[in-house]
Design a protein around this ligand. Structure first.
Ligand SMILES: [Zn+2]
Length: 542
């Protein structure tokens, strides 16, 4: 098996997975095919809709069609030339309690029907279960996982090792770290369906990232049952390379029309907010009047187009390095998604560690949700661990962010430089200028051209949490440096009193001089006078 990563952003990746029936590009959605009730033939799903892979259920195939798929070969049986993945019946265990098949039988069956990607018969933890039961499901799944490598005969099929544990995150961690020891080609998060059905995307974040943190990060990862385009970007950003969707067809049965931000009932639509070939051709009223079967096929096809369009947007966002922005747009489509995004604070270190450092694009900072962005976290870590102010610097001058970037090109900074020309050159080394700004906190003058410190746009005025974050960053910076004095250029309009208070407090605690100057015309005169004072002894150039 080879999985080659071409582009990355956050934990997302555009990659290429080689299977015996061809190479597919990730992130990839596998439409779920139920040969018994299939509104769109598999061949059309590939030829018209461009889906290179699909997933079907080996357990259902075996029950309904016995040896037929094995005799014909699964690709001929389904009339699908792309890549086929099979699930094992684990979902049926979750719904019906048990299946009439053994783990060995389902391994053997998947090999015989010639699937490309196969899944062991794991034991799904489910949701409202006791810890004891959850432990049992993890144990049993691990036992079956180990067993696979003793019973499987073929080497050309990729095997999926699902991680169980449900809402017990320590069990998820344990399950993942044990699964990681086995030579699976792909991993998956098991039993997240109920979590997603209940819109608990914040819990999904916990489950997903706990699994990812305990698995080899380079192995591809599948999220079972993630069928709605409005949450694709969250799943992809957290490192899901594949997902499967039955929702496109199930929703269609109930006249539910997917959009990239949610679901609308056909009856509620006056206009189709979509330009897919289906929606371009008809209006909602005409579709509502179609016979039931045709209407269902229409909506299923639109739903597939909606899924496909969102995957393409996500891939383009990865390529441009703007997946975070895309994620924020989607998160503002539903409170449950925003709640999930806020949960990322807990995992900001892991996200930072595995996100690319250099990108093609700058950042858009909207509000404090963006403070967990890897770029922001990275700057904070690097500034505290790798940065020291120039040796001669005794006096810190803190200037607020300006509209002009890099900041050293701003009018305000030029005024400061002009004013400082009054002092002898040797004395200037004792001064050190830093900017305080959102979202990065403190930017020393000499770093202000380093990516992305001048490649970002920030919405002003800032929210309270962002101001508090910057204030704490300024205080930490002063606290760990050896300045004798701090001079703050204070912009009340943008920053209120918070940064001022934080500076004052840390200076008092350290016993160093502090003085603030209000931005405006006056500071240009009062600051030099202050610098000339005895304590600073900056002499005039003469
Ligand atoms: Zn459409």
């Amino acid at each position: 098996m080879s999985f080659e990563v071409r582009e990355r952003d956050l934990l997302a990746r555009i990659g290429r997975l080689k299977t015996k029936s061809g190479t597919v590009e990730t992130p990839l959605l596998f439409p779920v095919i139920n040969p018994a009730i299939q509104p769109i033939p598999p061949r059309r799903i590939r030829e018209e809709f461009g889906f290179e892979a699909l997933i079907t259920n080996a357990y259902i195939l075996k029950r309904r069609f016995q040896n037929q798929p094995a005799e014909k070969g699964l690709h001929n049986f389904l009339d699908f030339k792309g890549v086929i993945m099979t699930d094992s019946g684990a979902y049926q265990i979750l719904v019906y309690g048990d299946v009439e098949i053994t783990p060995e039988e389902i391994v053997d069956y998947q090999e015989r029907i010639d699937t490309d990607i196969a899944t062991i018969l794991d034991w799904p933890t489910g949701w409202r279960v006791s810890r004891r039961y959850a432990e049992q499901t993890v144990n049993e799944t691990l036992k079956r996982a180990a067993e696979l490598f003793k019973v499987k005969k073929r080497e050309d099929i990729l095997w999926v090792g699902p991680v169980q544990g449900g809402r017990y995150l320590d069990l998820v961690a344990w399950s993942a770290s044990e699964m990681a020891k086995l030579p699976f080609d792909i991993h998956a998060l098991g039993s997240p369906t109920e979590v997603m059905e209940n819109y608990r995307f914040d819990i999904l974040v916990d489950m997903l990232l706990t699994a990812k943190m305990n698995l080899p990060i380079e192995r591809p990862f599948h999220l079972f049952g993630a069928g709605h385009p409005f949450m694709f970007s969250l799943a992809v950003a957290l490192g899901c390379d594949f997902f499967d969707s039955a929702a496109y067809a199930i929703y269609a049965r109930e006249n539910r029309y997917m959009t990239e931000t949610g679901t609308v009932r056909l009856e509620e639509l006056e206009f189709f907010p979509c330009a897919c070939p289906k929606c371009s051709d008809k209006n909602p009223k005409e579709v509502a009047e179609l016979p039931q079967k045709e209407r269902q096929a229409f909506i299923a096809e639109h739903n597939l187009y909606a899924c496909s369009a969102e995957i393409k947007r996500i891939k383009q966002a990865i390529k441009e390095g703007r997946l975070w922005e895309h994620l924020e747009f989607r998160a503002h489509g539903h409170p449950a998604l925003l709640q999930a995004l806020k949960k990322l604070k807990k995992y900001e270190g892991f996200l930072e560690k595995h996100s690319p450092t250099v990108k093609r694009s700058g950042l858009f900072f909207f509000d404090s949700v963006g403070l967990v962005r890897p770029e922001v976290v990275r700057h904070r870590i690097r500034l505290s661990e790798r940065y020291a102010p120039p040796k001669e610097a005794e006096i810190l001058i803190l200037m607020p962010q300006t509209r002009t970037k890099p900041y050293h090109r701003s009018e305000e900074y030029k005024m400061l430089v002009k004013m400082l020309r009054e002092f002898p050159e040797g004395h200037l080394q004792r001064l050190h200028v830093c900017f305080y700004e959102a979202p990065f906190g403190v930017i020393p003058l000499e770093l202000d051209e380093v990516y992305p410190l001048s490649q970002h746009e920030t919405a002003m005025p800032l929210d309270k949490e962002t101001v508090a974050y910057v204030a704490s960053q300024v205080a930490d910076f002063i606290n760990r440096s050896n300045y004798r004095a701090v001079l703050l250029l204070h912009n009340v309009e943008d920053w209120g009193e918070e940064v001022l208070k934080a500076c004052k407090k840390v200076c008092v605690a350290k016993g160093i001089a502090f003085r603030s100057f209000k931005m405006g015309r006056k500071w240009v005169k009062s600051l030099p006078n202050f610098l000339r004072k005895k304590a600073f002894r900056l002499g005039d150039r003469s």
